[in-house]
Design a protein around this ligand. Sequence first.
Ligand code: PAP
Length: 309
Amino acid sequence: MEEILKILPQHTCSWLKDKVTLYKYQDFWAVKQLLEGGILAQQTFRAAPSDIFLCSFPKTGTTWVKSLAFAIVTREKYDESTNPLLTSLVHECVPFLERDIEKIDDNHKNSNFPLVATHLPYASLPESVLASNCKIVYIYRNTKDVIVSLYHFLREALKLSMEDAPFEDAFDEFCQGICSSGPYWDHILGYWKASLERPERILFLKYEDLKRDPASNAKRLAEFIGYPFSLDEEKAGVVDNIINMCSFENLSNLEVNKTGTRKPGAIENRLYFRKAKDGDWKNYFTDEMKEKIDKLMDEKLSGTGLVLK
Ligand code: PAP
């Protein structure tokens, strides 16, 4: 692994006071720990046909979609008072390919728990995933809110104040494509193009749509991953209960998510639940920044049929 890392282009994030170094591998950037996990997954991971991949760029709604998918898949096992989501951070409930490969292997051997999450770009997924018929759910979000969310997450994880970590510098790096799993546009387009080729295999969910109409989108998600809600369940309020349990208001107020920490790295769980507001970017962007990122995304996505607005 050291030999591979040694020859990769590196970038140290000066706006984070040089505390984070990113490596460029297969056209995306990643921190050492996640890159090592990603490479290990590429070398050793064998997908099971029943695996369901929850794929996302960081800060686009991963925590939410993982919670919903977990609640949907386990709804016969747990009710609203016994669900592990109430006592554990969802990232402990749904394994992350770049970090929890042993846990996923155990799930393959000992249970039929099908969910696996990843931030890897489509083209860098392990060969066995690309060659399989596994379902893939991809969540994406308004670019400007992603930038703001990522900015606060990294800044707070490193305990830097807004004065210490200038937003403008974080924005510039993002526009250069330099951020974990970035460039964002390549990440979305990789999954988007794959979804055009095999629409039955990849479901695209938009964070803003999920917010506007959680019920229809939760039903779409359940149907797509092979755990559809029956009419009786709908009538009994199962969909609404799941949506309420997985809502930002509920999850962010749970003791575990207010005071717990995620290992390794001791990241505070509360950092995964900040504001969950559409359009928070308006509090941070100048007109020039808005124009720059809108133009950049329009250029990158032009002709692809994908519209982010
Ligand atoms: P990750 O990639 O590190 O797992 P991810 O969950 O994708 O992060 O993104 C975190 C964002 O989702 C945060 O947005 P914000 O910074 O704009 O506030 C977080 O608040 C939001 N979020 C977390 N849980 C939920 C939820 N249940 N419903 C809606 N938004 C949520």
